[in-house]
Design a protein around this ligand. Sequence first.
Ligand code: GH3
Ligand code: MG
Ligand code: MG
Ligand code: MG
Length: 319
Amino acid sequence: MTDSLLPQPSPPLILIADDEKMMRNLLRRAMEKEGYQVVDVTDGESAIAAYQSLQPSVVLLDAIMPGMDGFTCCSKMRSFFEGDRTPILMITALDDPESVDRAFDAGAADYVTKPIHWPVLRQRVKRLLQQVSMFQQLEAANQELQRLASLDGLTGLANRRCFDQVLEKEWRRGVREGWNTTEAPQLSLILCDVDCFKLYNDTYGHQAGDACLQAVARVLQQVARRPADLVARYGGEEFIVILPNTSREGAMYVARNILAEMRTCAISHAASVVSDRVTLSLGVSSVVPTSESSQTLLLASADAALYQAKTSGRDRAVF
Ligand code: GH3
Ligand code: MG
Ligand code: MG
Ligand code: MG
């Protein structure tokens, strides 16, 4: 596709609020000349309404207007959305120090006095727009970093850190939602460990071992696929599944499906002492979260069940 066929970004929108018609027209013309889209309004109330509905890139705000003045209007705009950084540039005939302080204290990003020095205003608006786009890029990069920080590099599953956070969150949600219901929802865990995986690496090599872990990850994701379920890599060849609002029976059903899906997958493992294919041992635990107990007990119980699964022959789920 050539660049001309790609959707072009629309020009930045400048919101102008000024009670004087002539000033509005001058500002509009100056901004349109720069290629910006313009919306103008005559008072503070309309400015706030336009700010909320149109989400402009920059606001040019007059200080003295009948009704709500520019300072009040500015601080109201600032308090709408947390983290909103839309710059507000005050344009005013007031150039006393108190007014300058009031404007910046109200959250204005910049201050230009009338009569307007047009080249200066142009540059100031341009610089504010550059800052907006820099913030947006930083925010996107930050979000991507946060996403990557919660992923396991090999399998693409949630990592241990993410698992800890989600378990904590689900626990608190369970406590909140369960305290006054008769049928309190249970929170379940399935701790999964690949059987004889050291032998797998020894037989097929570490790279094949990595591919095997990726295949196991896919199986787990295929089976635990309710939106609230979370599959995470818990450690080397251990995985863990969080099943919110799931009873012991529900969790055992998921666990049996995991074992069955591993059977269908049939990844060869000639050296395994359990079977001729890769198998898993699963430790399942369920509990109604309460403020008296803790998620550590739920984990310990899954761990104990996994130990039972290992010692009683592997390739099985134990509650
Ligand atoms: P068991 O049936 O009792 O669980 O035996 P096991 O061999 O699976 O358990 P053990 O803990 O002795 O070995 C785990 C192996 O997993 C050893 C380690 O090298 C391997 N492993 C851990 N992480 C990775 C990984 O990211 N890639 C590969 N290829 N191997 C890994
Ligand atoms: Mg005015
Ligand atoms: Mg292990
Ligand atoms: Mg193992």
